[in-house]
Design a protein around this ligand. Structure first.
Ligand code: DQA
Length: 144
């Protein structure tokens, strides 16, 4: 049976394409999803790809990835990365490995983006490659 990688996206990522293009580029989330589908099938995985603006929904989806026996989770928690102890606790409450993903490189941006609660629980972090961060993270996930 083909294993599934869950790709969870947090707040404001539904605005990619028009949101701060000088930072995030002009690729839409739908285009990122299509690229992830193609890469995952090359690697022999299926994906579950979703986006929410709500913190608790991300917690529920992390639990669900574990309940469904996902191979890995790629998590771009967007701004919740830097604020959410609930997400860190959720990552610690599940056994599926989580890879932190960002389009930009938060460590090169404002100081308030330098702390990552997600990173305290994640097994890897891939950032700064634009949409290719997702593809690199899929390659990492396939090797876990
Ligand atoms: C982001 C980086 C975060 O700091 C920011 O809040 C985002 C997007 C990224 O993908 O580069 O919304 O996660």
């Amino acid at each position: 049976m083909m294993r599934t990688i869950h790709i969870l996206n947090g707040p404001n990522l539904n605005r990619l394409g028009t949101r701060e293009p000088e930072i995030y580029g002009t690729t839409t989330l739908a285009e990122i999803e299509a690229g992830c589908h193609a890469k995952a099938s090359e690697l022999g995985f299926s994906i579950f790809f979703c986006q929410t603006n709500h913190e608790g929904q991300l917690v529920d989806w992390l639990h669900r990835a574990d309940d469904e026996g996902a191979a890995a989770v790629l998590l771009n928690a967007a701004a919740y990365t830097h604020t959410s102890i609930a997400l860190l606790d959720a990552i610690r409450a599940i056994s599926v490995p989580v890879i932190e993903v960002h389009l930009s490189d938060p460590s090169q941006r404002e100081p308030f983006r330098h702390r990552s609660y997600v990173g305290m629980g994640a097994v890897h972090c891939i950032s700064g490659l634009g949409p290719a961060s997702y593809l690199a993270a899929l390659e990492q996930a396939a090797q876990l």
